[in-house]
Design a protein around this ligand. Structure first.
Ligand code: ZN
Length: 77
């Protein structure tokens, strides 16, 4: 394994990965719901910004929890 090619770090799991494989919450602006504004506010509470880097599995985790909480929010109003 060549560590030189892995120079990006995931904010959540602290794992190292290739820079071109960075995921950020900005990628969530293309999903239908919740809105990107809601998504940004949600991650703001978790102290996660638009420029924080995540690996693919941690991004999938954040994508899922934000959607799950959005669904609970929708069912509570
Ligand atoms: Zn990660």
């Amino acid at each position: 394994m060549n560590s030189k090619t892995k120079n990006a770090q995931c904010k959540r799991c602290l794992g190292m990965f290739k820079e071109k494989e960075i995921y950020t919450i900005q990628q969530l602006q293309y999903r239908k719901s919740p809105s990107y504004q809601w998504t940004r506010e949600f991650f703001d509470v978790l102290e996660i910004g638009e420029w924080d880097s995540f690996c693919e599995s941690c991004m999938n985790y954040h994508k899922k929890i934000s959607h799950d909480i959005w669904m609970k929010y929708c069912n509570s109003i």
